[in-house]
Design a protein around this ligand. Structure first.
Ligand code: ADP
Ligand code: MG
Length: 700
């Protein structure tokens, strides 16, 4: 099939709207989408009807308001179009009201105390800026309507609402700055994001044999295999056939959903892969990334595979992240993050660059938090992913310009691109990029966009972008305030850029982010370093966070506090499930297997002793002794873990509880894992009750 024909065929996109809506209705809807104007109920009815017709022609029987509650995964409630007609007939109905507003029972979703259980009402409201789409699966075809989810009193109960608010905030402030640069024709500034997604694919039958993977998405036990990723033979290696078939089907499904899945390659770890889309406006990209994750899981199952989106599915093997590429683009097509040929003369670019640097420095902890989840704790800072310290990499060319600005109050030159010397005369000349890449940086300028490389692979990108948008909006706001008052704009801009860079240069770092030296250096520079998710949560309620988020109408103090509460809860609940899974696996699988093995060895000792004589079984006796010792260790660490889990259950304050889980339960989990992993290396492979690391990651 021709890709240009079926690309986006499962979305109610602009082309479909143009074709199916009366011109007046189409224009009114576009006004709502582009300028946020209110939608009348007549228009909504007409749109709903056209949407229903379109969906039914493609086999849809149900519709759902698709939303992103604070759990970070998507939720939906299905309704059918069916209603009673006359004389026992049925009618297929879908009104404007049903399109615009839904009422799922909000009490089933986390609210962090924003909603008392007796006020269960919550609303989903159509986000018409993100196209409705069709989902095809075994249950049939469903029309999915992207929505925002809020409480009866209008507080955001989801990840989408603050994101949409933050887009408005940054649009407003960026426009103020652009006006000062004389850009009068620009009407709108969009945030553009491309989210690269890493994931693992393993064999589904083996996956189903491991409770830890099923319940928690990661392995909680597992000794290191004889071969890991040390040979670097997986990265960009040829893709296995079964995996290729999966990727092929995934691409097709994503293309039908209007998602520009573009590149795919193997990643550093065995069984690890990556998918990169072409970037979109951030709210659409956020929806798309959720769909990418959903489709990956669904399609993997069809190929006898399981897709793992966890940040650290295997200890000792590189984990997965998400690279959030972020830029600002005007409706006239100008990328505000593009330095141009002579960045030292491009004051507008340098001002926006300074705004990002200032925001990163002033809200580093909030950025750290927005890229945190329980799973990411096992990945960040492990010399495979960015450290827990937020810094910004800008590359040699810009560093040089900023150094000139700081030293002389102005910059007079930009380093030029050099030719690449390959040393073979028949090879074509290639101009090098002005900057090399820095893979170890948390937040890297990559030529025309900033790449936040900390986000966890399973996370929604909504939080990270809400924070980037809001904090950069605040920088731009302060800058516009100052520049609007200035008598001589050119002088004032240059001074403002120099001052901002000078004040915030400590956050710029171009060295090796994985090194121990950087941790020490960052401390000297006074940069915050929140070692864990739990430690970072308090950033949500800092005075400065509340001030900035309230000022730009992104979140109220109550909404921020609610999110902190939910984060603590999520951490405790996740860790509790992991701990309980470990307890169950250790007591019902691993210890019994080890005992069985000890029995086998004991039998061997008896037979050898009776066939030969006692001393001939010395080796076996030693083995038995070691095995019993390890079983003893496992039982002791198991007991400690159970005790700690019980203690945690008695703590009622969510913040305290999360800290207890992190400080005590996680430590006990590690201890139990160590003793079981040691047993795995002793016990007969035939008796080991679950697939090993080697089997999981090399036999796909
Ligand atoms: P990488 O730099 O990681 O090798 P690319 O340059 O292809 O790879 O870009 C990675 C991601 O960044 C892709 O999803 C791409 O669509 C996205 N991207 C490219 N330009 C922009 C931009 N101006 N704004 C946001 N995202 C962008
Ligand atoms: Mg990247």
């Amino acid at each position: 099939m021709d890709l240009t024909q079926y690309f986006g065929s499962n979305t109610f996109n602009d082309a479909v709207m143009k074709e199916r809506l009366p011109l007046g209705v189409y224009k009114a809807l576009k006004k709502t989408i582009e300028n946020g104007e209110e939608l009348s109920s007549d228009i909504a009815d007409t749109v709903a009807n056209a949407m229903k017709q379109w969906a039914m022609e493609r086999g849809a029987t149900h519709f759902t308001h698709w939303f992103q509650p604070m759990t970070g995964v998507t939720a939906e409630k299905h309704d059918s179009f069916l209603s009673k007609g006359e004389n026992g007939r049925v009618m297929m109905e879908f009104s404007g009201k049903e399109l615009i507003k839904g009422e799922p029972d909000a009490s089933s979703f986390p609210s962090g105390g924003l909603r008392a259980t007796f006020e269960a009402r919550g609303y989903t409201a159509w986000d018409c800026t993100s196209p409705a789409f069709l989902r095809e699966d075994v249950s049939g075809v469903t029309l999915c309507i992207p929505t925002a989810f809020c409480s009866y009193t209008g507080e955001a109960l989801d990840k989408k609402t603050p994101l949409l608010r933050s887009m408005e905030a940054i649009n407003k402030q960026a426009l103020r700055v652009l006006r000062l640069f004389g850009k009068k024709d620009v009407k709108h500034v969009d945030v553009c994001v491309g989210a690269e997604q890493e994931y693992f694919l393993i064999d589904r039958d083996k996956y189903l044999k491991r409770d830890d993977l099923i319940y928690t998405g990661r392995t909680l036990f597992g000794a290191k295999p004889p071969k890991g990723q040390e040979m670097d033979d997986h990265y960009f290696g040829t893709i296995k056939e079964r995996v290729s078939l999966f990727m092929h089907e995934l691409n097709e499904e994503l293309w039908k959903l209007g998602i520009y899945a573009k590149t795919q390659h193997n990643e550093a770890a065995p069984a690890q892969h990556e998918l990169a889309p072409i970037f979109s406006t951030v709210n659409i990209e956020t929806d798309h990334n959720q769909l990418v994750m959903e489709c990956m899981k669904k399609i993997a199952a069809r190929h006898g595979l399981a897709c793992l989106l966890h940040e650290k599915p295997f200890a000792g093997v590189n984990g997965s992240g998400k690279h959030n590429n972020w830029s600002l683009v005007t409706d006239t097509g100008e990328n505000l993050m593009k330095p141009g040929k002579k960045p030292h003369e491009n004051m507008q670019f340098l001002l926006f660059l300074a705004a990002v640097i200032k925001a990163t420095d002033e809200h580093a902890e909030l950025i750290r938090l927005a890229a945190s989840c329980p799973g990411n704790d096992y990945r960040l800072g492990g010399a495979e992913a960015p450290p827990t310290i937020v810094s910004i990499f800008i590359g040699e060319q810009l560093e040089d310009i900023l150094a000139q600005l700081i030293a002389n109050g102005k910059a007079t030159s930009s380093k030029e691109r050099e030719m690449l010397k390959i040393g073979v005369s028949t090879m074509p000349y290639i101009k090098k990029d002005v900057n090399d890449r820095n893979r170890t940086s948390t937040f890297a300028f990559t030529g025309n966009k900033f790449e936040l490389r900390m986000v966890g692979s399973s996370m929604s990108i909504a939080d990270a972008n809400t924070v980037l948008n809001t904090t950069v909006a605040e920088s731009l706001c302060q800058m516009a305030d100052e520049l609007e008052r200035a008598d001589n704009f050119d002088d004032a801009v240059l001074k403002l850029i120099c001052r901002t860079i000078n004040e915030h240069k400590r956050v710029i770092f171009d060295g090796n982010g994985y090194s121990k030296e950087w941790v020490d250096e960052a401390e000297k520079r006074g940069l915050p370093n929140k070692a864990s998710f739990v430690d970072a949560i308090e950033a949500l309620t800092y005075g400065n966070t509340v001030r900035v988020f309230e000022k730009h109408g992104v979140m109220s103090k109550a909404e921020l506090q609610a999110r902190a509460e939910i984060d603590y809860e999520i951490y405790s609940k996740t860790t509790n499930i992991e701990a309980n899974t470990m307890i169950e696996m250790a007591s019902r699988k691993f210890i019994p297997a080890a005992i069985k093995y000890a029995g086998v060895v004991a039998d061997a000792i008896n037979s050898i002793s009776s066939a030969l004589d006692e001393s001939e079984a010395d080796n076996e006796r030693e083995m038995l002794g070691e095995c019993l010792e390890l079983i003893g260790d496992a039982r002791r660490t198991l007991k400690r873990l159970s005790d700690n889990v019980n203690t945690a259950a008695r703590i009622s304050n969510e913040e305290e509880k999360a800290h207890y889980f992190r400080d005590y339960v996680v430590k006990a989990m590690q201890a139990l894992r160590e003793s079981v992993d040691a047993l795995e290396l002793q016990v007969d492979a035939e008796l080991w009750p679950v697939p090993t690391y080697g089997e999981l990651i090399f036999e796909v």
